[in-house]
Design a protein around this ligand. Sequence first.
Ligand code: ATP
Length: 598
Amino acid sequence: MGRLWRLLRRSTQLVWGAGRSLFLGLLVVQVLAALVLAGQVLIVESFLSAVLTLGPGDGVPTSLLLATLGLAGLMALATLLDAVRGRFSRYLGESVARRTYQDVLDAATGVSLRYFESAAFYDRLQRVEAAATSRPFQVTQALLGIVGGLTATVGVGAVLVGIHPVLLPLLLLGGLPLILTNRRESRLEFGFTVDQTPHQRRRAYLSYLLTTREEAKEVRAFDLGRPLRARFDELYAAYLADLARHLRRRLTLSTMGNLGSAVVLTGTLLVLVRLIGDGAVSVAQAGAAIVAIRMLQGQVQTLLRSTQSIFEAGLFLHDVDEFMALGTVARDEEAGAPAPEGFEEISVEDVRFTYPGSEAEALRGVDLRIRRGQVVALVGENGSGKTTLAKILAGLYDPTDGAVRWDGRDTREYSRVSVRERVAVIFQDFVRYAFTARENIAFGRYADGPDDERVAEAAARSGAAGFLTALPQGYDTVLSRIFKGGRDLSGGQWQRVAIARAFYRDAELMILDEPTAALDPRAESRLYESLRAVLAGRTAVFISHRFSSVRSADVIYVLDEGRVVESGSHTELMARDGMYAELFRLQAAAYLDAPARE
Ligand SMILES: Nc1ncnc2c1ncn2[C@@H]1O[C@H](COP(=O)(O)OP(=O)(O)OP(=O)(O)O)[C@@H](O)[C@H]1O
């Protein structure tokens, strides 16, 4: 019972917060509808009395006429109230969903990146997203159902008690078996959803592969459509088999509950027959009692169904609440002093990092120094830890061990949000937003909306201005074909837009992960020529596999298996004749068509 109260309070807060006047209005409608039901029973009784006293050739007495008109009027009113309730509760349900969805998205966008490494997080996110859209509606309906069911039970119940006091308790007793089986059913439903989430996500992923534009090319080129469809079908078939089993169990339970109720109802009717036989109730009263019992049965069922819904939604809402508690973790990221405006030196000291849920260390004791105004390059073979280091420098992850210091102070002393504020980072898998060109650039620092002049300046510096201004609507062109009037760009053009985004951010530290991988040689060389001018004394760290661009960096760090194995300028590293020199020569040899020196 305590749990039911808690759930009712939680649900009421939720619905109240989303639309109090509508909620209040709907409560009034529910109460009115209940009164209309009770009124109908009373009128049925007077209608029957009038009919039963009617002798042949009596004509139609006024009482009968009034009762008939009253009954018709109340029926019409009931239909009207029902229609009003249906439309407005749908709107209220959507308003509640919007509020819940806002909270869920707040939590999802605020949580630390590390959550996105965990399958359990995605399972919960999927469940919570689904719950956020459907359950608030369920809660709204259930709350209204409870209020309506209760008032109707009280109203019609009072009329029934007036006919004979024993009838109501008997009828209520009939609800007991349903209460027991309903609760069991709610738990079954929640368990089923939790079990199905991972499979459902897999299905959603397959459907995404089969229906998105980016993937469409490769799916066709490799003729993956059929095998992926087959996998999807298999998963769907397994889901349907599980669903059938689940529904059978639910059906067994609800049949047991309903049978139990039916037995009690039969008992109640037998008692009524007995009461007529004993002369304790008149025939007109008995008629009204039967109508009342029929109505009450419906109302008690509504009440129980709504309570079950509240329990069922409660399990999901609890899931949503726990998810939203992650938002508290997100707020932790804002805790701490704001990072200083700039720095003279960033030092990375013995930094180790293991991805959540992973066993192997991605960084195994990295030391490096970056002085203000320097252009620093990170090189190394695939998987050597460059991107991981970039994420840590950007404040997206905390080191598992060791520290990143800005002028001697551990960045963990600062709020993570403020550290990220000072950094502009573009990853190799940067996002291609299906928004306008202007927005794609201005997303670099969007809090105050786009600044057209700065957008144009950043685009000019990254070499994107030429092709963007030539688009049909210039900077207003949507950069995706999935929307009407949209245009797509080439890989290198997209990369220039992404670089413009980093320039637009105008941060103290710029991190570019493989910024030139898709650029043509002329664009690449122009970018590096202009980089120092763009930086104007700010600092840049870039990751590249192209040694032609790396050689101009002030300091180059060579990573190997999560450690820095060499560092220095290009000349120093070549003179050292270590890993850098070897990789450099390999690449140079490929360009020069000459054998690499071993
Ligand atoms: N999200 C992740 N979860 C677990 N391990 C990861 C994750 N991302 C990368 N790793 C592992 O961490 C190590 C370093 O990866 P990282 O992406 O930093 O390498 P990289 O030097 O940037 O490689 P590349 O040149 O291929 O971009 C690799 O062993 C990789 O498998």
